[in-house]
Design a protein around this ligand. Structure first.
Ligand SMILES: Nc1ncnc2c1ncn2[C@@H]1O[C@H](COP(=O)(O)OP(=O)(O)OP(=O)(O)O)[C@@H](O)[C@H]1O
Ligand SMILES: [Mg+2]
Length: 676
C-alpha cells in the first residue's frame, strides 16, 4: 500500500459503500434519496471523508478468457457464451472503463462509528462493509516535485476545490468530475460547523465582502463578490431560521497516470469540467504531498468552504452503480452515460413483480433486433424461446441458434390440430371458435349441430381426428349441410394442411419462430388461434424457464385469439417460469391495445425513439423527467430507456459479434464468425 493510503487507515475506520446511481432514478426517487442524505448529514456530529476511487478496469480477473471456442461444444449456447466473453474483452480493450467505488472514512472517535454508518446505509439504501483501506493509486517511494509527485513509476497531480459551483447544481452534479476518464482519488471532506461559530465566521466574512464590494463599486461591481455575499447571507438565514445546518466542505482530488503528460491532460479535463460549472479546481502548487494526503483522508484539508445541508447533500457521490454482468444474466448493451455493460435478469423473482418485458419504440428503432438479442441471450442461458413473428424477421437467428422456424404459409412440417391442442375439456369450444373464424358467424342451429358432432367425435379420442372429420356428419344433417359447404375449402387442399392436420404442435429445442406474414389475411385469425392454443399449452406444460416474444403486437391488435393469449400470458406466464416480451410501435397503444397490456403487465419496459407527442405520453406514463423525455425524442437506432421500478437507465443496444451476425447476416470485418 502507498505511504499515503497507509496513513489514511491509521486510526481511522473505512467502509466501502455502494448505492443507487442517483442520475438513473426517477426525479421523485432522486429527491427522496437526496433528502434522506441531507437528513443524515443534519444529525452528523463528527467530521468524515467520502472518497471516490476511480480505477481502470482490466480484463483480469473480472472477465475470464473464454472457456470454449465458438461452436466447440456443438451447442449454440457454448458459441454464444464464447462470443459474449470475447465481446466484453474487446470492449474493455477498445474503450477504457473505470470502476468508481466510494469509501467512507471516519476518524477514530471512540466508538459509535458503526452506528453512524449503519444510519447512513439505512436511510440512503447503501450496502457495504468495512474495508481495510483504499485501493492504491500508486505504490512505492514518493518523490516530490513542484507540481507533481512521482511514486513507483506513476505521476500524481493534486487539485483542490477553489470555488464551489457558481451555477445552481442538483444532486448528481459531481458526475461532471467523476466521469473524467482517469484514475483518481477524489475526497470530499465534511465537518459540521457549530451554529454560533459559523454565524460569527459568516458575519466577519460578510463585512469583508461588503468592504470589497464598496471598493469595487466605482468600476461597476464584481458579480463574484455579489454572489459570495448573497451565499453568505443565505447561510446566515439558514442558521437564523433553523432550516438546516452549516458545514465545511473541502474537495481534494489526486490524479494518477503513467506519464506526466497524461496526468496533465487529465488535470486539464477535470479543471475544465469545474470551470463549466463556474467553480474552479486549483492545482496544489508546491503543496503536492499535503494535497495527496488530503485526497486519501490522511490529513485535514487546507481549504474549506461553507455550505448548508441541502448544498452539501448535492455532493452525493454514488453515481455509477453497475456491476459487470455475470454469465447468468442477459447482456443487452452499454450504459449510455457510464459505458458500463447493461444486463437484464427478468427472472430475478424477488426484485421484479413479473418477468415480462414491454418494448415501445417507433419503426426502425431496433425493436426486432433487441427482441432477437433477448432471444439469443435466453438461448445462451439454456432457456427456451418462442417468437410470434408477424413480419417474418426472426428466421435467421432462430435457425442459427439450433432452433426452428415455422412459416405458417409454407405447409409447416408439424400440425397444429385443434382437436389435440390444450385442455381436452376445452376442445369442442375451441373447435367451434375456429370454425366461426374460418366460416363466419354460425346460426344457432349450426352451432348446436356442430357441437353435437364434435361431442360425438370426441367420445372416442384419436390422434388422427381432425377438423375435416366433422364434414361428413355435418353433411348428413339438414342444419349442418350449409356449414359443411363453407367448411370444406378450409379442411382440404393447402388450407387443410394447416387447419385440419394431425399434430400437437412443434417441440421447442432452443428457439422456435412462427412466421405469419405471408398467410392470406383471411387465414390469420384462425391460424393465430391455433398458435395461441398451442403456445399457452406449451407454456403451462414445459417445465424449464421460457421466453415468449411477440413482435409487432400492434399489428395483431384486432385479432381476438391473440389478444386473449397475450393477456393470459402477460398475467399468468410468471407462474410457469416464463416471461413475455411484447413489442409495439406506438406510444398511443398505451391507452388500449398491445401497448396497454405491455405497460400494465410488464415489470420492465424498454422505451425507444419517439416523436414529440409519443415521448410526452411516455413521460406521463413512466414518470420520466424532461431530460429523459428529450432523450427519447432524440434516441437513435438501438437507444432505449430501460425502465424498472424507480430505475431509468439509458441503454445502447449492442450485441456480441456472433449474436449480431446471426441477427443480421452480416459478419463483422475480421471476424471468424459465420452466420449459419
Ligand atoms: N443495436 C443495433 N445495432 C446494430 N444494428 C441494429 C441495431 N438495432 C437495429 N439494427 C438494425 O437496424 C435495422 C432496423 O432495426 P429493426 O428492424 O430491429 O427495427 P424495428 O424497430 O423492429 O422496426 P419496425 O418497427 O419497422 O419493425 C435492422 O437492419 C437492424 O438489423
Ligand atoms: Mg420490427
Amino acid at each position: 500500500m502507498s505511504a499515503a493510503s497507509a496513513e489514511s487507515s491509521a486510526g481511522a475506520s473505512c467502509w466501502r459503500l455502494a448505492g443507487a446511481d442517483l442520475l438513473e432514478l426517477t426525479s421523485s426517487a432522486r429527491e427522496r434519496l437526496a433528502t434522506a442524505f441531507a437528513g443524515w448529514l443534519d444529525q452528523l456530529e463528527t467530521g468524515l471523508t467520502l472518497v471516490a476511487c476511480s480505477r481502470r478496469l482490466t480484463m483480469e480477473p473480472a472477465i475470464p478468457a473464454p472457456m470454449v471456442e465458438a461452436g466447440a461444444a456443438g451447442y449454440p449456447g457454448a458459441a454464444l457464451e464464447a462470443a459474449r466473453l470475447a465481446h466484453l474483452r474487446s470492449d474493455l480493450e477498445l474503450r477504457p472503463r473505470y470502476r468508481r467505488p466510494v469509501f467512507l472514512i471516519l476518524p477514530a472517535a471512540g466508538g459509535g462509528e458503526d452506528e453512524i454508518v449503519s444510519q447512513l446505509a439505512q436511510r440512503c439504501q447503501l450496502t457495504g462493509a468495512r474495508a481495510t483501506g483504499l485501493p492504491a493509486l500508486a505504490e512505492g517511494e514518493v518523490r516530490e516535485a513542484a507540481s507533481a509527485l512521482r511514486q513507483g513509476g506513476r505521476w500524481l497531480v493534486s487539485l483542490r476545490l477553489g470555488r464551489l459551483p457558481g451555477v445552481e447544481v442538483e444532486p448528481g452534479w459531481l458526475w461532471t468530475l467523476l466521469e473524467v476518464a482517469a484514475e483518481y482519488d477524489l475526497a470530499i471532506h465534511i465537518r459540521p460547523r457549530p451554529g454560533l461559530a459559523a454565524d460569527r465566521h459568516l458575519r466577519r466574512r460578510m463585512r469583508g465582502l461588503r468592504a470589497r464590494v464598496l471598493a469595487a463599486g466605482a468600476d461597476g461591481g464584481d458579480p463574484r463578490l455579489d454572489a459570495a455575499l448573497e451565499a453568505a447571507g443565505r447561510l446566515r438565514r439558514v442558521l437564523a431560521t433553523g432550516t438546516g445546518r452549516v458545514f465545511e466542505v473541502a474537495v481534494t482530488v489526486s490524479l494518477g497516470a503513467d506519464s506526466l503528460a497524461e496526468a496533465r491532460a487529465q488535470e486539464r479535463a477535470m479543471r475544465a469540467r469545474m470551470d463549466a460549472l463556474r467553480g474552479n479546481l486549483l492545482p496544489a502548487w508546491l503543496d503536492q504531498l499535503p494535497a495527496r494526503l488530503e485526497s486519501v483522508a490522511a490529513v485535514s484539508p487546507a481549504r474549506w468552504h461553507l455550505v448548508d445541508t441541502i448544498e452539501l447533500a448535492t455532493f452525493w457521490p454514488w453515481l455509477d452503480a453497475g456491476r459487470d454482468p455475470s454469465s447468468d444474466v442477459s447482456l443487452l448493451g452499454r450504459h449510455q452515460r457510464t459505458g458500463r455493460p447493461v444486463a437484464l435478469d427478468l427472472h430475478s423473482g424477488h426484485q421484479l413483480a413479473n418477468a415480462n418485458l414491454g418494448v415501445v419504440a417507433s419503426s426502425g428503432s431496433g425493436k426486432s433486433y433487441l427482441a432477437g438479442l433477448v432471444g439469443l441471450e435466453a438461448v445462451r442461458r439454456g432457456q427456451l424461446v418462442v417468437v410470434v413473428d408477424p413480419e417474418n424477421e426472426h428466421r435467421r437467428w432462430c435457425q442459427a441458434a439450433g432452433g426452428e422456424y415455422l412459416d405458417l404459409s409454407d405447409q409447416p412440417a408439424v400440425g397444429f390440430n385443434i382437436m389435440e391442442l390444450g385442455d381436452p375439456g376445452d376442445v369442442p369450444l375451441a373447435a367451434m371458435e375456429l370454425v366461426g373464424l374460418l366460416c363466419g358467424p354460425l346460426s344457432t342451429a349450426e352451432s348446436g349441430c356442430l357441437l353435437g358432432t364434435l361431442d360425438r367425435l370426441l367420445e372416442t379420442p384419436s390422434p388422427s381426428l381432425v377438423l375435416g372429420d366433422c364434414l361428413q356428419p355435418l353433411q348428413a344433417t339438414s342444419e349442418g349441410r350449409a356449414l359443411a359447404d363453407r367448411l370444406r375449402p378450409w379442411v382440404q387442399g393447402s388450407p387443410g394442411g394447416l387447419f385440419s392436420r394431425p399434430g400437437r404442435g412443434p417441440r421447442v429445442r432452443s428457439a422456435l419462430g412462427i412466421g405469419i406474414r405471408d398467410l392470406p389475411p383471411s387465414w390469420v385469425p384462425g391460424a393465430t388461434l391455433l398458435v395461441s392454443r398451442w403456445l399457452w399449452a406449451w407454456a403451462k406444460s414445459e417445465p424449464g424457464v421460457k421466453q415468449v416474444i411477440v413482435d409487432e403486437a400492434g399489428l395483431l391488435a384486432d385479432n381476438p385469439a391473440l389478444q386473449t393469449l397475450i393477456s393470459q400470458l402477460a398475467r399468468r406466464i410468471r407462474k410457469y417460469r416464463g416471461s413475455l416480451m411484447l413489442l409495439t410501435q406506438a406510444a398511443g397503444d398505451l391507452a388500449g391495445g398491445a401497448g396497454e397490456v405491455a405497460a400494465v403487465n410488464s415489470a420492465t419496459m424498454m422505451l425507444g425513439g419517439q416523436v414529440a407527442a409519443g415521448a410526452l405520453r411516455l413521460q406521463e406514463a413512466f414518470d420520466l423527467d424532461d431530460h429523459q423525455r428529450e432523450w427519447l425524442q432524440q434516441a437513435g437506432r438501438g437507444h432505449f430507456l430501460l425502465v424498472s421500478g424507480t430505475r431509468r437507465c439509458p441503454l445502447l443496444v449492442e450485441a456480441p459479434a456472433l449474436h449480431h451476425a446471426w441477427l443480421t447476416g452480416q459478419t463483422p470485418a475480421g471476424s471468424a464468425w459465420e452466420p449459419h
